[in-house]
Design a protein around this ligand. Structure first.
Ligand code: ATP
Ligand code: MG
Length: 405
């Protein structure tokens, strides 16, 4: 089982980080530490990502997302806490062992996947395998397969600058897939793409994930992207994970005002499903159908209902049937068994903004912060840095790569 487990992870930048962790454990705030000149980038983060799951991390700029991600593959050493993958504690490995794990089991896809401009698409896709020392024939074969998975069959001999931005990003994805790594770390990987291409890449990732069943951690600023991709979503604020749950948990039961204000712009009709808002079939019994006849059995309800849907049907598809009849929409399971009902009032109520669960009054924040406008570069050096994911222990920060031109 390629499960990823982070436990009580801390990352503090600045002098005497261990002291800072002790202070945080004793209740010090991030601001108090900042006054002393240290930055608590990640504070006490714990979570588990199972094989086949996509774990999305969301949060404002500076909330600690990239720092968290880079501790997961050992690019950054945690100040405290542990990261276990495949049963191995990555924080206890020697630099050499860590490099081996990183080149074989973990792949990273950045926002701007800087490709080597003087290498063909095929050679770019094969790069991770080259780092692993895979013989040429074998790595070309696997790169071919990965390109096909990423929808780039036929482009193997092209140069990166002959590809659109979306296609270049696919080469980045193919490079990550070619290595057979079980853990995929994606930092704003689709953020630089046009909305349509971005949606296309999201679909492709979901489609690939059905068969590949990787363990994926995906960082995004985009709520709709988070809701589409995430089996679980963690919301970060000032270094802490303030909520970790399914899209539905976060939409229906935001843990505080911060999360509530974060989600206010999400298109709830496409994220929430009939299963999330349905009531018991029993609640319909005793009501009247369109002709005024009492509905007294489940079968009568089914016959009178304007439509029968599954629990996974998005709310957006319930409006038409709900407006066509006063009888609730019926919900059935895969076997056709009635499992619930969606009355029109429930549907309308679900569109309102939920109250936060806990009384954690915080200032409202802008709902959808714009990601920083980072310009891609594609120098060999930059690509090397990004692609090698730091093969000699120094910090291969993608933002440096991006700013490095
Ligand atoms: N190498 C470093 N040295 C000092 N401080 C750092 C370093 N890297 C990150 N930080 C600080 O840690 C905090 C979290 O940064 P991080 O890059 O993890 O945020 P982020 O959530 O990824 O933001 P963005 O959405 O802008 O990418 C910030 O306050 C940042 O300034
Ligand atoms: Mg970041």
């Amino acid at each position: 089982m390629s499960r990823l487990q982070a436990e009580h992870l801390y990352k503090v930048f600045g002098r005497r980080p261990d002291d800072a962790v002790r202070k945080l454990e004793n209740g010090a705030t991030r601001d108090e530490l900042r006054a002393e000149g240290t930055t608590a980038a990640v504070i006490d983060a714990s979570f588990t990502v199972d094989e086949g799951q996509i774990f999305v991390v969301m949060g404002l700029s500076g909330s600690g997302k990239s720092t968290l991600l880079r501790m997961l593959n050992g690019l950054l050493e945690p100040t405290a806490g542990s990261v276990r993958f495949d049963g191995q504690d990555l924080t206890t490995l020697s630099p050499k062992e860590l490099r081996r794990v990183r080149s074989q089991k973990i792949s990273m896809v950045f926002q701007h996947f800087a490709l080597f401009p003087h290498r063909s698409v095929l050679e770019n896709a094969a790069y991770g395998l080259e780092v692993q020392g895979v013989p040429k024939a074998e790595r070309q074969k696997r790169a071919h397969e990965a390109l096909e998975l990423a929808g780039l069959k036929g482009w193997e001999k092209s140069w990166p600058d002959e590809l659109s931005g979306g296609m270049q990003q696919r080469v980045g994805l193919a490079r990550a897939l070619a290595t057979d790594a079980d853990l995929l770390l994606m930092d704003e990987s689709f953020s630089a793409l046009d909305p349509l291409i971005r949606r296309d890449m999201q679909d492709q990732l979901l489609e690939l994930q059905k068969t590949l069943k990787k363990t994926i951690v995906f960082i995004t600023h985009d709520l709709n992207e988070a809701m589409r991709l995430g089996d679980r979503i963690a919301v970060m604020r000032d270094g802490r994970i303030v909520q970790n749950g399914s899209a539905e948990d976060i939409l229906v039961r935001p843990s505080n005002d911060y999360v509530a204000s974060f989600i206010q712009d999400v298109d709830r009709t496409r994220v929430l499903t009939a299963g999330a808002i349905m009531t018991d079939v029993a609640s319909v019994l005793g009501s009247k159908d369109a002709d005024g006849t009492e509905i007294s059995t489940a079968e009568q309800f089914r016959a009178a209902a304007p439509a029968t849907v599954t629990k996974d049907t998005p709310l957006v598809d319930l409006f038409a049937p709900c407006s066509a009849s006063a009888v609730p929409v019926a919900v059935a399971d895969a076997a056709g068994e009635l499992i619930g009902a969606v009355p029109a009032q429930k549907l309308l109520a679900a569109l309102g903004e939920p109250e936060p669960q806990a009384q954690d009054a915080v200032a409202a924040v802008p709902a959808q912060p714009a990601p920083e406008d980072k310009k891609p570069v594609a120098t060999d050096e930059a690509a090397e840095d990004a692609a090698s994911e730091d093969t000699d222990g120094k910090d291969a920060d993608e933002s440096k790569v991006i700013a490095g031109a």
